[in-house]
Design a protein around this ligand. Structure first.
Ligand SMILES: *[C@@H]1O[C@H](CO)[C@@H](O)[C@H](O)[C@H]1NC(C)=O
Ligand SMILES: *[C@@H]1O[C@H](CO)[C@@H](O)[C@H](O)[C@H]1NC(C)=O
Ligand SMILES: *[C@@H]1O[C@H](CO)[C@@H](O)[C@H](O)[C@H]1NC(C)=O
Length: 509
């Protein structure tokens, strides 16, 4: 590990008391939570996702009530005891051995397992309530064990690398997939290790650790085109990488995210994960950082195909700013914090430049340091894109917004690291834009076009469960006082957030 000798302390101190303006904002966040929660409670209760316009539901996460489980931790942190009690009573009734549809090991782990383990840690720890019996809280761990016992068949493959796709019909079995992905296989370790540490049964963590070895020691070498940056598909049969195309965005993102988070969770057992994160971070700064020709002051992270960068970045990838900041705080490496703040500022531009004030799903630019006639560096193709690119520094390749959190998530880390009120303002502006543009019917809806405003947004009639787990939690926490659950600027965290923003108690904290 490289550490700089000079550790610059942030100049501004974190606010320690809530002002009247902040508490008015916290109340406004609670209003949005309650409105969309009530929509779910009335029209989609016990199902996965609310369809707020048709006042109906979708069972896109196996029908176990994904929104209820994903919302629990945020309701605990916001102190909404009536909602918490409602969800706790519901969770004990879920039958995690039955579903008619294919199960994603990854989605089930980050939403259901992460949601229940986090709520358990919160209610046993800083959010302990004297009016809740131990039995009411223990149900969260008991149901986590039931769920993981049904899921663990995923690891019964020739390599031990999990098949992400399962069926319970009625006995759990794997789908027999040829391939899996870096992110889906690499975003299990925090939740399954926590389950082992809480139950004393090492099997859960050991299954994932064995699989993770293929990701930490990637083969063949040509599919790790830059040190620590790999392709995104792997063969389930033997754990080798099937391609050399990757990024910090969808398909790879949370594998890199969890490397540093595992070191935070337990620095003794996960030192090697930290070393791999540092290698990835250094390569990303050296080979992927890119500045657009029209706005050279902006920093984005390119994707790559082999050693050739591709100048695309995504809403999903915008979590990277926060992850660099977190790594920098924990490793006391100011360069990583600064780079993370640059990425966060770049992603902020994707919000302020659109008509809705919300950033798009995918965008592109021309790199200022690559020849403009290079095959991987072509300019905008339409007049509208060209016009937009002049001032914005990027042009839009996919204009959806599906209630994702990553940009607000990075503002959260930026605020926790610097105490600079600007990041709270950026988060508030984003939240107001999301509420204004996506509120419809009985809740909030994903939209197809961030360039349409005034109620004309092309609604998808779909409210993802991560609206509650992530968007609502990060906006609430950035406006809140310091507490045990908050990210610490001295790097001494008591909790670490899973990729669905469920805070997991750091081992031994
Ligand atoms: C594991 O897979 C093998 C071979 O497909 C199968 O025979 C065995 O029953 C499976 N074990 C479990 C626990 O599912
Ligand atoms: C791994 O499995 C894939 C798919 O079956 C195969 O193409 C590849 O050659 C195998 N690699 C090794 C090193 O066995
Ligand atoms: C959210 O939208 C609702 C309904 O349009 C509005 O009443 C409320 O003031 C908005 N809240 C914020 C924080 O903008």
């Amino acid at each position: 590990m490289k550490t700089s000798t000079v550790w610059l302390l942030p100049l501004a101190a974190l606010a320690t008391t809530t002002t009247a303006a902040e508490s008015a904002k916290l109340n406004a966040v609670e209003e949005v939570f309650r409105r969309s929660w009530n929509g779910y409670r009335e029209h989609a209760w016990g199902h996965d996702s609310l369809r707020p316009i048709s006042n109906s539901y979708a069972d896109d996460r196996n029908g176990w009530g994904a929104t209820a489980v994903d919302a629990l931790g945020t309701a605990i942190i916001m102190g909404l005891d009536d909602v918490v009690d409602d969800i706790l009573n519901y969770i004990k009734t879920i039958d995690f051995s039955k579903t008619d549809t294919e199960i994603s090991l990854f989605e089930t782990t980050i939403r259901y397992l992460g949601g229940m383990l986090s709520a358990y840690d919160l209610l046993k720890g800083p959010y302990k309530r004297s009016d809740l019996s131990a039995k009411a809280v223990n149900v969260l761990l008991e149901q986590s064990v039931v769920l993981a016992d049904n899921l663990k068949v995923a690891f019964n493959t020739t390599s031990g690398l999990p098949d992400n796709n399962l069926f319970f019909d009625p006995e759990p079995r794997v789908a027999g997939s040829w391939e899996t992905g870096l992110a889906v296989a690499g975003t299990l370790i925090l939740e399954w290790e926590r389950l082992s540490d809480l139950t004393g049964d090492r099997e859960y963590g050991n299954l994932v650790k064995r699989a993770e070895n293929y990701l930490l020691n990637p083969q063949p070498p040509e599919n790790e085109p830059f040190p620590g940056l790999m392709g995104s598909r792997l063969f389930v049969e033997n754990g080798t990488f099937a391609d050399n195309i990757g990024s910090w965005g969808g398909g790879s993102d949370s594998f890199y995210e969890y490397l540093i988070k595992m070191y935070i969770y337990d620095p003794d057992r996960f030192e090697f994960y930290r070393d791999r994160w540092v290698v990835t971070a250094e390569s990303s700064i050296e080979y992927l950082a890119s500045h657009p020709t029209t706005r050279p002051e902006l920093t984005f992270l390119a994707m790559f195909s082999g050693t050739e960068p591709q100048f695309y970045f995504s809403h999903l990838g915008c979590f990277s700013g926060g992850n660099f900041i977190l790594g920098g705080l924990v490793l006391k490496e100011q360069r990583y914090v600064d780079f993370g703040l640059d990425l966060t500022a770049g992603c902020h531009e994707t919000y302020v430049q659109t008509s809705s004030g919300i950033g798009p799903e995918l965008f592109q630019w021309q790199d200022k340091d690559t020849p403009l006639d290079a095959g991987n560096n072509h300019g905008p193709e339409t007049d509208a894109q060209r016009e937009f690119y002049k001032d914005a520094g990027f042009w839009i390749m996919n204009s959806q917004y599906v209630l994702r959190p990553e940009v607000i998530e990075s503002y959260y880390y930026a605020y926790r690291a610097t105490g600079d009120e600007m990041y709270r303002e950026w988060a508030w502006d984003a939240f107001v834009s999301i509420n204004r543009t996506c509120s419809v019917g009985s809740g909030l809806s994903a939209i197809n076009n961030v360039m349409l405003v005034d109620g004309k947004a092309d609604y998808q009639d779909f409210q993802e469960s991560f609206l509650f787990a992530e968007v609502m939690k990060y906006i609430y926490l950035i406006l809140s006082d310091d507490s045990d659950v908050q990210v610490k600027k001295d790097g001494k965290n008591l909790f670490v957030f899973n990729t669905e923003a469920h805070p997991i108690k750091v081992l031994g904290s």
